[in-house]
Design a protein around this ligand. Structure first.
Ligand code: OGA
Ligand code: NI
Length: 356
């Protein structure tokens, strides 16, 4: 007897989109129930940091300096911020969401062609997170595509390729600029993160998330509490909220400003900064009103880089901080996270060096 509550599906799992479209669905199947899912009541915070991207490129030094300070503080206190005036056209963001919606709306047999078998397959769609390992499934279908340093893309819908190419390049450019500013906020050279983590071949993943309307949203979970691997994740959505971040021990709803990018710090920024900047724990909740679509672009070091704390941030005197994390190859870290159950910061926790 398999331990998984979903053992009735052997090789493949029905998408939650299909489940949600069953006629007269008034309650969710029992293997989608997360009894402790919505225990804490979330807050609506107006205090989520907002970074004006144009100030990071401004040549007015006061404005630039303040933006660097604000960014450093956002990384330290929140691990999360919204970026405005980022220069990515609103129309492109809309197209990304629309074509992702089209992908999930293709007939199930068509999507099956992109199912992938292994967590390192460059194009992989499926349901939940790791359905074969989970006791209860998440109310989410996904598409994950490796888009840099090598670009991959599902062959359908046809329009996907050009839109994905353009958006992923724009989001890499925003990320590089933010990471340069974050380097400076750590009192390092602007190129410090770029050079140490070999961002010429930064690993970038496009993740489309599809959370159908759910008849019992309080019992279901879109994505469990987790932190992202990598450095920065940029998220856009179809104007239906659902992202929550953990801040000072409480869940906070993210109500996106119009045309903003939602950015969270990842585990490798925590490691590189030797714990000064923490990767933020976040989750996705679902709702009974509308289907939510989000697209995350995750940006990490080059896969072959072994990432440890920056040497400049690890003190050499006895009174200063030693390395607080063991180094690990990014590819191994990523594989480990993707092939297990998604569980808070469990992979990062294994690298923590206690006593420092
Ligand atoms: C993710 C993620 C949250 C969301 O894809 O890693 O955290 O709001 N998504 O869809
Ligand atoms: Ni995430």
């Amino acid at each position: 007897m398999a331990t998984s509550a979903v053992a009735q599906f052997s090789d493949t799992y029905s998408t939650v989109k299909v489940v949600s479209e069953s006629p007269d669905l008034n309650s969710i199947p029992s293997h989608y129930i997360h009894s402790t899912s919505l225990d804490a009541s979330p807050e609506d915070s107006k205090a989520i940091p907002v970074i004006d991207f144009s100030h990071l490129t401004s040549n007015q030094s006061d404005q630039w300096y303040k933006a660097i300070q604000d960014l450093g503080e956002a990384c330290e206190k929140w691990g999360f911020f919204m970026v405005v005036n980022h220069g990515i056209p609103e129309s492109l963001i809309r197209e990304v969401i629309e074509v992702t919606d089209k992908f999930f709306n293709m007939p199930e047999e068509e999507k099956k062609r992109f199912e992938g078998k292994h967590v390192l397959d460059p194009v992989r769609c499926g349901t939940s997170f790791n359905a074969s390992k989970e006791k209860a499934l998440f109310w989410r279908d996904f598409l994950k595509v490796f888009v840099h340093p090598e670009f991959h893309c599902p062959s359908d819908p046809r329009a996907f390729r050009d839109i994905m190419l353009e958006y992923c390049e724009s989001s890499r450019n925003v990320t590089k600029k933010l990471l340069g500013a974050i380097s400076e906020s750590l009192n390092l050279d602007e190129r410090a993160i770029y050079n140490a983590l070999e961002l010429d071949s930064m690993f970038q993943i496009f993740i489309g998330n599809y959370y159908p309307r759910c008849p019992q949203p309080e019992l279901a979970m879109g994505m469990p509490p987790h932190s992202d691997h990598g450095l920065l994740t940029i998220l856009i959505e179809n104007q239906v909220g659902g992202l929550q971040i953990m801040h000072e021990g409480k869940w906070v709803n993210v109500n996106a400003l119009p045309n903003s990018l939602l950015v969270n710090t990842g585990d490798h920024l925590e490691i590189f900064s030797n714990g000064k900047y923490k990767s933020v724990v976040h989750r996705a909740v679902v709702n009974g009103r509308a289907t939510r679509i989000s697209v995350a672009t995750a940006h990490g070091p080059s896969l072959e880089t072994t990432v440890g704390p920056a040497s400049q941030l690890v003190g050499s005197t006895s009174s200063s901080q030693g390395a607080r994390y063991a180094a690990m190859k990014y590819k191994d870290f990523m594989y480990s996270q993707q092939s297990n159950q998604l569980d808070g910061k469990s992979i990062l926790d294994r690298l923590r060096i206690h006593g420092n």
